[in-house]
Design a protein around this ligand. Structure first.
Ligand code: URA
Length: 213
């Protein structure tokens, strides 16, 4: 087992024991995230829904099926990427995550990103987008890749609509599919760019971040 795999298993173990917010009391299973420890791309959703809570796996319901279909469109399987959420326990009735819940859960995501060290972070929906692009509006920035400094490195963040929103609205679906199809190009660019120097500051405002394409 690789070091990365061991570290991810340890993070998942801590998720399963987490009592930092009340959501563990109502959830059936923790949903720590799943996928390839060597992934170049990490997808970050909102929170587990009913099916995720039942199975302990992220994006296994209708939104997950759409995500898998679009991954296939760009020749990727879910086993090749890493998929997780802002929250690791299901909010009752699938309500929106609360700021204090996201704050309590944040260290798990930060540590997973540090371990996996992906080139690209794809945010699905506004909650994960606003972690990296505070104050951004998804209708304005979806599909626009940006560099952010995160976990000591320059990484590309691609904000996208949430797949559940795409399933509800045909125009959002078209935008979501178009944005998705740009991922290979961003990946190609990121793999071919020169190694960037270590970045000192994690905190950058949106204005300071660099538009990419
Ligand atoms: N929606 C999310 O944001 N995450 C999941 O895992 C499933 C549905």
């Amino acid at each position: 087992m690789s070091e990365k795999e061991k570290k991810l298993i340890e993070i998942a173990r801590r998720v399963s024991q987490c009592t930092n917010c009340p959501l563990h009391k109502t959830a059936t299973n923790p949903v720590p995230g799943a996928g390839n420890p060597e992934a170049k791309i990490v997808f970050i959703g909102e929170a587990p829904g009913f099916h995720e809570d039942q199975q302990g796996l992220p994006f296994v319901g209708a939104a997950g099926k759409l995500l898998e279909r679009l991954l296939a469109l760009i020749d990727l399987k879910r086993e090749e990427v890493f998929i997780c959420n802002m929250l690791r326990h299901r909010p009752p009735g699938n309500r929106d995550p609360l700021p204090e819940e996201m704050k309590a859960c944040q260290p798990f995501l930060d540590e997973q990103i540090k371990v996996i060290d992906p080139k690209i972070l794809v945010t699905l929906g506004r909650f994960s987008m606003n972690k990296f692009l505070p104050g951004a509006y998804i209708s304005q920035v979806h599909g626009v890749a940006r560099y952010v400094n995160f976990a000591g490195k320059k990484r590309i963040v691609i904000p996208m609509y949430h797949p559940a929103a795409a399933l509800r609205n045909g125009r959002v679906m078209t935008a979501f599919r178009n944005d998705f199809q740009r991922i290979p190009r961003f990946l190609f660019e990121s793999l071919n760019q020169e190694e960037t120097e270590e970045v000192v500051s994690e905190e950058k405002t949106q204005d300071e971040q660099m538009g990419l394409f």
